[in-house]
Design a binder for this molecule. Structure first.
Ligand SMILES: Cc1ncc(C[n+]2csc(CCOP(=O)(O)OP(=O)(O)O)c2C)c(N)n1
Ligand SMILES: [Mg+2]
Length: 628
């Protein structure tokens, strides 16, 4: 390449254009010198965000992917920079999110020579990337130029097919890295221009369909098992609409009871009039009661989505009286508890829809129908009793203080109809299940359940907000906020409404809910090594990034702050100062819910009155009216 040769710029342009043509929606760039040609090219072809911290950049990109359903590309310079992508690559791999990791590298002669900012970047993410493509140095050979576009297309395809996840492309560049004043009549230029006009090759993945054997097996098992459950764990928000429709048909055809976690995209919106299915939300609380596990033992449980967050569901599966189970996990096997009788892989919505059609074609006998209805009524009675008990417990708490259990309901009530909710790991994701009964309003719940890390929460929410049109609220813990303090840089760069609600309970209070907490001799160690109170407030952190901050310590203050933030053009950080003793209060609320459920089942059912009859007659109304 001569000094007036600008091949590296044209090479990068061809590659970036191909990424855009193949469906990449956004670029997130962390600055550096080696990546110069690609940074300039990506900025020409894609909406671009600049973030210095590569870990933040990659989590931000993942948030964009969650919101848009389309791949994002992150770009970084050579050396340690791409190493910071690893946690997001792990999450992308485990959660099935398409993410392209474009690492700039130094030329081959710089390798293994103690050259600055040079490491072995090939296959940097090991098993956590679905594929790794090596782009050599820019090369004017016609075959190399054609391959460049094909590799771009293949890399984008590999982020989604056969399984979605992170894919690395490692691209080498030799200096000069900046655009050069070129003569314009280089022998390769006409070739590059022709390829640019033609565009990248189109690669189309096959459409995933459920296997007919899977549909037949499912139908056969359901017919043989009248008392049935569908247990919905975390699923991506993109699945929401089709899944809700298919699930409603399946429930109507099978008479099964839906236990839906908040992250399943099924807990909110299914109770809408005409949707035809009610849904149980209190099961994690109810299953604490051994008598209920016995009485509510199903003939068959179908698990859909990722494994449930519920610790009690998992405990049931791992115990002696585990219900018979089939797993419908989507594209990848999932049965962490072990012991499932079978696994039906493939698109869940299509599988349930096909099974619903087959079940509808042949009506059930009357005894089976009665058994299914009685079973559903039992669940609905316990559900209604559990939420009533929660309401009573909440009312008996000191109303002058803000409690952990107040936050999710206040957030749900404040969210406008089209808003999205992102939730962090640790207690917040569990609090949604414990504090929000199913309701009739659809809600996208963005979560990070791939590896369940407390990292990248703020960056991910900021990315989702930047890629989606809707107002977005993030609910996360104080330790998680400190962990992703750098994510505030990403939040500062996006427009509102973006409300970050931090449950400030001074440390990782989830550790107070673990078995460790039952040993008084471990109290000091638990506090120092696990909970790790920090005593910090977040006003300074927010001020660094010019993010508005408000500290609240009552329900009224929280409601006010939420109303303000959800209509504001800029992000708002709400520091929710909750009363001490939240873990003990949570344990009491859950125990009260479980006991109330058990008591409801122990009582004889009055034929035409009471919550069960009302629920059986009009499940939508019963669910919608349930107390929060
Ligand atoms: C990246 C990462 N590091 C560590 C953990 C282990 N971990 C789980 S919860 C938690 C504490 C979270 O505290 P906070 O965000 O304040 O939530 P709280 O427990 O108070 O609800 C930690 C350290 C994790 N899940 N992910
Ligand atoms: Mg905390």
């Amino acid at each position: 390449m001569s000094a007036t040769d600008d091949l590296h710029s044209e090479w990068a342009q061809l590659f970036a254009a191909a990424l855009a043509q193949c469906g990449v929606a956004q670029a997130v760039i962390s600055p550096g010198s080696r990546s110069t040609p690609l940074a300039l090219a990506l900025a020409d072809h894609l909406p671009t965000t600049l973030l210095h911290d590569e870990r933040v950049a990659a989590f931000f990109a993942l948030g964009q992917v969650r919101a848009s359903g389309r791949p994002s590309v992150v770009l970084a310079t050579s050396g340690s920079a791409p190493g910071h992508w690893l946690p997001a690559a792990m999450e992308a791999h485990e959660a099935g999110l398409p993410l392209l990791l474009l690492s700039a590298d130094r030329p081959w002669e710089a390798q293994q020579a103690q050259s600055s900012q040079t490491v072995d970047q090939a296959r940097l993410f090991g098993q956590h990337a679905r594929a790794c493509f090596e782009l050599g140095l820019p090369d004017p050979h016609p075959a190399a130029l054609r391959a460049l576009q094909r590799i771009a297309a293949q890399a984008v395809l590999a982020t989604c097919y056969p399984l979605a996840g992170a894919v690395q492309v490692n691209a080498h560049f030799r200096k000069p890295l900046e655009p050069q004043a070129a003569s314009g009549n280089e022998p390769w230029r006409a070739r590059v221009q022709a390829l640019a006009r033609a565009g990248a090759p189109r690669l189309v993945a096959p459409l995933a369909q459920p296997h007919p054997d899977a549909v037949a097996l499912l139908v056969e098992r359901v017919r043989a098992a009248p008392r049935g459950l569908v247990v919905a764990g975390p699923m991506s928000s993109g699945q929401g609409g089709a899944l809700r429709k298919a699930l409603a048909r399946f429930i109507a055809a099978s008479g099964y009871v839906l236990l839906a976690e908040a992250t399943s995209q099924l807990r909110f919106g299914l109770a809408a009039p005409g949707a035809g299915a009610a849904c149980i939300g209190a099961f994690d609380a109810l299953l604490r009661e051994p008598t209920l596990r016995r009485q509510l033992q199903p003939d068959l449980a179908l698990e859909i989505g990722a494994p449930a967050v519920s610790s009690q569901w998992l405990a049931w599966l791992e115990g002696e009286q585990a219900p018979p189970r089939w797993v419908l996990p989507g594209e990848r096997p999932a049965d962490p508890a072990g012991g499932a009788q079978g696994m039906l892989l493939g698109p869940v919505a299509a599988l349930l829809d096909a099974a619903a059609t087959a079940l509808q074609a042949q009506s059930r006998d009357a005894d089976d129908r009665a058994a299914a209805a009685a079973y559903a009524a039992d669940w609905q009675r316990t559900e209604a009793a559990a939420w009533s008990a929660r309401r009573l417990g909440v009312e008996s708490a000191d109303q002058t203080l803000l409690h952990e259990h107040d936050i999710a309901p206040a957030l749900r009530a404040a969210l406008p109809r089209d808003a999205w909710l992102a939730v962090g790991n640790s207690s917040p994701v569990r609090d949604l299940d414990h504090d929000l009964p199913p309701d009739a309003l659809p809600l996208h719940v963005l979560h990070q359940r791939g590896v369940a890390g407390i990292d990248g929460g703020v960056a991910g929410a900021a990315g989702a907000r930047s890629a989606g049109a809707a107002p977005l609220a993030l609910l996360l813990g104080d330790t998680a906020l400190l962990h992703d303090a750098g994510g505030l840089a990403a939040a500062a760069g996006v427009d509102g409404p973006l409300v970050i609600v931090v449950v400030h309970n001074d440390g990782g209070r989830i550790f107070e809910r673990l078995p460790l907490a039952r040993n008084p001799a471990m109290a000091a160690a638990r506090e120092r090594l696990f909970v790790a109170p920090h005593g910090r407030s977040f006003d300074g952190l927010a001020a660094t990034w010019g993010i508005h901050h408000v500290s609240v310590a009552t329900r009224a203050e929280l409601q006010q702050a939420l109303a303000r933030g959800l209509s504001a053009p800029r992000p708002l950080l709400i520091e929710a100062r909750v009363a001490a003793g939240g873990s003990a209060m949570r344990a009491e609320l859950l125990a009260a819910m479980a006991q109330a459920g058990a008591a409801a089942l122990a009582m004889p059912v009055a034929p035409q009155s009471g919550p069960s009859a009302a629920a059986a007659a009009a499940p939508e109304a019963a669910v919608a009216a349930r107390p929060g």
